[in-house]
Design a protein around this ligand. Structure first.
Ligand code: ATP
Ligand code: MG
Length: 928
């Protein structure tokens, strides 16, 4: 039976038995401070067991993606070494919430395994809980008798039922909470010879690779209190979990999970890429086989995590993912001799093979591949560096032992697992000081435990039957009362967590920060520092309990919700803009929304250019100006939302009924707080764009007052640099007014002006005003201000022109009095003070018309540059063979320039004003 069919058969079987089949929750958990990853099928139903949520279906079945790499369940070190533990695996489960109990659970398990899947009943073993004196629990007689009845009916020996202790057969959710005995089903897969030697019952729960547990049936009947006491649960539940990959091994007649069709395609590809054959041995000294299993397993875990939105990073869940991937890279490096990235090439195999059951893999294949590739690249570089460091160490070592502290440094800084260090040490005839390493490791573990430690007391329940209700979409205040509270100590600090009957406080979620505010009971105010969600419970954090916590009081949200709402709604509009402008490969990869700004991470493979950023800003600002009203669908069936085309995010857990936020064509499933109309956002301004990881870009943007203030700052810079003393008072006032009315006016403004640099050197009046006009046009200041500046510019130009004309006529009079006769020629040679080349030309021609037989050289500085003009009367140019153009070419060299022209009129420029006098002298030498 193919694995896809195995999965389907399970779901169909329980569907027949009136179970609602639901989809897997994301593997990465967002609303539970006690858990990073889903590690069992029951995680997504935790609230139902705890009584925090209403039970909609009394019977459920599903296949859940699980990851067991941290916390209570950590199988990482087993993976690859054995053949039946994975980091990521699927858990098939059926649930009863206060509905059926042990009888149905046990009888159906038998029916499915034996009658439907046709597993050989001789090979099955069953465990039941033996009881625990300390807890005061007794042996699970009910489970025993149920199995006994089945065995007797099938003429099977009763020794197939084994008693097991608390460690193996008593399941607990955590230190406190629901718990109960379990009954496990094990399968013996050995051949008959081996079975004849040792009976299977002796190998159950003994870590034998061919006698493995496949299914665990948990019967939740107790609640564990903080003092360790067990209380009976009012409603009893069933939670079962069967390992899908192990079931496939049994049904496909294999000896290892890795031999099933779940893993074979990946393993074949690894062999093909590395040229190393999989020898299919369980001998752990065959390191190539272990490495291939590790890589085949880990790439699945990492691929599914990235698809669920969890990228490798330096903290929290992201760090766990990074470590899994690094473990795979390192096995490839050490045992398959892979010094270049190759694991990323396995993603396409997984996408092809699992894409039908998990469409998120197909949709994000390119992103996942790029992210893994970049991680491979950078970790391979780190490995090289670490190896270098190691070689240096060996070269300078005093004895043949690798110091434990140093081994820890390699582990901690370079990501070297200890077995790699040991291997490299052995290769060089060194030992590793393992006790020293363990001490260093323990010290670090203790440090991080202390840092992350949260101790919680039991909830003190004040009102048993009251269910919490969120009213924050409509209110920011409520008259309410406490239903329960508890004391917690996090990182050494004491808090109280409060749950109210009614609450307007938005709990951190969907990127939006949690509300803050206060409790007001008329005579004291208790500050609410933060609001968070724990599964479905909204929890308010305070430093102390209100004194009369058992009476009614008022709670008030006091943070600026409106500005947060502007940023949240703008995030939706920007998401839409990104998908329209860049393409639908854009997927949200994280966001933060608070009153100050918004931050949005998304998949996209290159830097956004200025034009694209402009388009995005324009798109959002157009939506803002279009006055689009919010259309909130508070409770809409998910199928309806899907039909409407709502954007759904991978890695997000949606219920059957969802909230859909619609602004025109922007439709998103979202629990956040939004504006009633896009016009409230007033203005949207992108502040920065950059990269956060391979294939992931980040935009930070501002809206409303935030955007206005940012713009005001820019205007101030322009004003300081340009306007002082230059701009008429009237215009200055207009700018002031603009600044003051910014929030109204800035609707018109949407351009990027972050690169303004007005401190350019040598700015003349005209340049300054021209710059100001340019910059103001760029930031789209109101038209009247720009027009005012333009008028001023024209005035300056006109005044300059008129001023120069007047000056020119003065100079002309002066020059007429300075004519000298040299060799019978009328000569004028003079540096003049006229900063306008048109005026000089005009002057030159006037003098030429007035004086016969003229040879004139005029030097001047125009715009800070040398300028030379030569005039030769026509008759003179003929009789004396003087050519103004030729003369000026020679003369201009003196001022590092060049020029030319006709025989009787020529001009030249240059770059050295100091050379003007010399140039004049040079020209004069032609008539001397
Ligand atoms: P084991 O003792 O084999 O580690 P477990 O007691 O940890 O199993 P449960 O927590 O009861 O297992 O999980 C239910 C089922 O999930 C198991 O019966 C097994 O089939 C499967 N399972 C558990 N851990 C893994 C794993 N790391 N990889 C694959 N399947 C697993
Ligand atoms: Mg286990």
């Amino acid at each position: 039976m193919k694995s896809a069919q195995i999965r389907q058969t399970f779901l169909d079987f329980f569907k027949e038995k009136q179970h609602e089949v639901v989809s897997s929750a994301p593997m990465v958990i967002k609303n539970d401070p006690t858990l990073m990853f889903t590690n069992a099928g029951m995680n997504q139903f935790k609230d139902l067991f705890l009584g925090n949520s209403e039970i909609k279906y009394a019977r459920i079945a599903d296949s859940q993606k699980c990851l067991r790499v941290s916390g209570k369940h950590n199988d990482l070190e087993e993976v690859g070494v054995d053949t039946y533990h994975h980091t990521m695996f699927e858990m098939l489960g059926n649930w009863s919430f206060g509905n059926y109990f042990k009888k149905e659970a046990i009888e159906w398990a038998w029916e499915l395994l034996v009658d439907v899947y046709k597993i050989d009943k001789d090979r099955l073993y069953f465990t039941v809980f033996e009881g625990d004196e300390q807890d005061g629990t007794e042996m699970d007689e009910d489970a025993y008798n149920l199995w006994k009845a089945i065995l007797e009916k099938n003429n099977l020996p009763l020794y197939k039922i084994l008693k097991a202790n608390k460690k193996d057969n008593f399941w607990e959710m955590g230190d406190t909470g629901p718990c109960g005995p379990c009954s496990e089903i094990h399968v013996d897969l050995r051949n008959d010879d081996e079975i004849a030697k040792i009976p299977g019952r002796e190998l159950v729960n003994a870590d034998h690779p061919q006698v493995v547990e496949i299914w665990n049936l948990v019967f939740m009947e107790f609640n564990r209190m903080a003092n360790g006491e067990l209380k009976s649960l009012p409603a009893k539940h069933v939670d079962t979990g069967m390992g899908f990959e192990r079931l496939a091994m049994v049904l496909q007649g294999k000896q290892s999970n890795y031999d099933t069709d779940v893993f074979m395609p990946t393993i074949d590809k690894i062999s093909q890429l590395t040229g190393v054959k999989y020898q299919n041995t369980l001998d752990v000294s065959v390191k190539t086989d272990v490495a291939i299993r590790v890589i085949a397993d880990h790439v699945r875990a990492v691929t599914f995590s990235i698809a669920d939105g969890q990228l490798p990073s330096n903290t929290g869940a992201g760090y766990v993912i990074r470590r899994i991937l690094r473990r795979a890279i390192r096995y490839g490096y050490s045992f398959l001799d892979q010094k270049e990235p190759f694991i990323n090439e396995l993603v396409s195999v997984l996408a092809k093979q699992m894409g039908e059951a998990f469409p998120e893999l197909l949709a994000q294949q390119e992103l996942i591949t790029k992210v893994i590739r970049e991680e491979e690249d950078s970790f391979l570089r780190t490995l090289e560096k670490g190896i270098h460091r190691f070689e240096n160490y060996l070269a300078t070592a005093n004895d043949k032992t690798v110091d434990g502290e140093f081994a820890f440094e390699l582990y901690d800084t370079f990501g070297f697992p200890i077995d790699l260090t040991e291997l490299m040490a052995t290769e060089n005839n060194f030992d590793v000081d393992m006790p020293g390493f363990i001490v260093a490791l323990d010290k670090q573990k203790e440090r991080s435990r202390a840092a992350g430690k949260i101790e919680a007391d039991d909830w003190v329940v004040l009102r048993e039957d009251d269910v919490e209700e969120f009213i924050g979409y409509d209110y920011t205040e409520a008259d309410t009362y406490l239903t329960k509270y508890r004391r917690i100590v996090a990182k050494g600090e004491e808090f109280y967590q409060l749950v109210f009957r009614l609450t307007p406080f938005y709990p951190e979620g969907g990127g939006q920060v949690g509300d803050t505010g206060y409790i007001d009971n008329g005579f004291e105010k208790v500050e609410i520092l933060d609001t968070k969600k724990e599964n479905n419970l909204i929890i308010h954090f305070v430093k102390e309990l209100p004194k009369d916590y058992y009476t009614k009081f008022k709670i008030v949200v006091s943070n600026d919700r409106n500005l947060t709402a502007c940023n949240h709604s703008a995030t939706h509009l920007m998401h839409q803009a990104l998908r329209e402008i860049l393409g639908t490969h854009v997927e949200q990869k994280g966001s933060l929304v608070n009153a100050e700004y918004l931050r949005f991470d998304f998949s996209h493979f290159e830097k956004l250019n200025d034009e694209q950023l402009q388009q995005i800003e324009d798109f959002v600002n157009e939506k803002i100006q279009a006055n689009i009203p919010l259309n909130e669908h508070r409770e809409i069936p998910i199928t309806k939302a899907e039909e409407a085309g709502a954007m759904m995010l991978f890695g997000e857990k949606y219920g059957d009924v969802v909230r859909m936020i619609e602004f025109g064509d922007s439709k998103e499933l979202c629990g956040g707080i939004h504006v009633d109309n896009t016009s409230e956002i007033k203005l949207f301004k992108i502040k920065s764009e950059g990269s956060v990881a391979a294939g992931i870009r980040r935009i930070e943007a501002l809206t409303n007052i935030g955007a206005g203030n940012w713009l005001k700052e820019k205007v101030d810079i322009i004003a300081e640099n340009n306007l002082t003393g230059l701009i008429p008072l009237e215009i200055k006032n207009q700018v002031e007014e603009f600044k003051n009315n910014l929030m109204d006016e800035c609707l018109k403004v949407s351009n990027d002006c972050k690169d303004i640099d007005l401190k350019s050197p040598g700015v003349s009046q005209l340049d300054a005003i021209t710059n100001a006009i340019n910059e103001f046009t760029k930031i789209k200041l109101p038209q009247n201000i720009i027009e005012g500046l333009n008028t001023k510019k024209k005035e300056i130009l006109k005044a300059a022109e008129e001023g120069n004309k007047e000056k020119a006529s003065q100079i002309k009079d002066e020059l007429l009095g300075k004519v000298e006769v040299v060799n019978g020629v009328n000569v004028i040679a003079q540096k003049i003070d006229l900063d306008d080349s048109a005026a000089i030309k005009d002057l030159a021609f006037q003098l030429k018309g007035q004086i016969d037989n003229l040879f004139m050289v005029l030097g001047a500085e125009v715009n800070g540059k040398p300028n030379l003009t030569i005039v030769v009367s026509e008759e003179l140019s003929k009789t004396k063979n003087l050519h103004a153009g030729n003369i000026i070419r020679e003369a201009a060299k003196e001022m590092r320039g060049g020029g030319g022209g006709q025989p009787f009129y020529a001009t030249a420029g240059g770059s050295n004003v100091e050379g003007i006098q010399a140039a004049i002298a040079k020209a004069l030498s032609f008539i001397a």
